[in-house]
Write a protein that binds this ligand. Structure first.
Ligand code: DGL
Length: 266
């Protein structure tokens, strides 16, 4: 086991990482649910995108991101990225002692929400190929038929701050197969897509439900903190720090843009 000194103090921050800015949606949800917790967000923008990369490479990058966060003294790490979670979470857990909370496409909630038993998942090309997703569908689809669509390039548009008008036509091409398959629930299987929710909802037939995993992840974080005695005391200020392996002004300007667009980003 590397780099984790268990049980020091519960005032240490929670760390999160993603390939870029998508995981900020998860951070916002954790902030809402756990306002007393300090947070450190690492955007691995120098290595963006994760979606097209091979599993070994993602394992290496996820370990490097973990090291960055451990250097900041975090007490728990949220892998706020479906690609990294499906490809690397098991190897992170075997290598490090720090508790991890990962995120996978919300197959189980989507299947129970579906009225017609037809569920669609939109995710990166990496995530849709993983055995973790196949196992999840096998074990938790609960009889629903689950169709997956890879959306190469979509997270890239979000990361680049593309306008809705540029994203909408690309999105239609990815959603069409899920619509044709009759999906009445569509799962956002990549954290970057959270910021496309308004466009995705507009592009789907009326009544189609869109599901993401940010809130369940935040609840899971709370549960792990409580069970491990790691919750913050609530005394003192809980800060939020953003760090990146890429361009810091670009990260900050993206956060500003989303705040201006109405997202409750701390
Ligand atoms: N945000 C990441 C996810 O949830 C992937 C984006 C990318 O780097 O391709 O899968």
């Amino acid at each position: 086991m590397l780099g984790y000194d268990a049980g020091v103090t519960d005032e240490r921050p929670i760390g999160l990482f993603d390939s870029g800015i998508g995981g900020v949606a998860v951070l916002s949800e954790i902030r809402r649910l756990l306002p007393d917790e300090s947070l450190v967000y690492f955007a691995d923008a120098a290595n963006f995108p994760y979606g097209p990369k091979a599993e070994d490479e993602i394992k290496r990058l996820a370990a490097a991101a973990t090291d960055v966060l451990l250097e900041r003294g975090v007490k728990l790490i949220v892998v706020a990225c479906n690609t990294a979670s499906t490809m690397a979470l098991a190897s992170l857990r075997s290598r490090y002692d720090v508790p991890f909370v990962g995120m996978v496409p919300a197959v189980k909630p989507a299947s129970s929400l579906s009225r017609n038993g037809l569920v669609g998942i939109l995710a990166t090309e990496g995530t849709v190929q993983t055995s973790v997703l196949a196992d999840l569908i096998r074990d938790f689809a609960n009889g629903a038929v689950v169709n997956t669509t890879a959306a190469p390039g979509l997270a890239e548009l979000v990361e680049a701050g593309a306008q809705d008008a540029a994203i909408a036509p690309v999105l239609v091409g990815f959603l069409d197969p899920l619509i044709e398959a009759g999906s009445d629930v569509v799962v956002l299987g990549c954290t970057h897509y959270f910021f496309l929710r308004h466009l995705i909802e507009k592009s789907l037939p009326a009544g189609t439900q869109v599901v993401d995993a940010a809130e369940p992840v935040a609840r899971r974080v709370r549960q792990v903190l409580e069970e491990s005695g790691l919750s913050a005391s609530g005394i003192g200020a809980a800060g939020v720090e953003y760090i990146t392996s890429g361009d810091r002004p670009q990260l900050l300007s993206c956060l500003r843009r989303w705040r201006e667009a109405g997202y409750a980003i701390p």
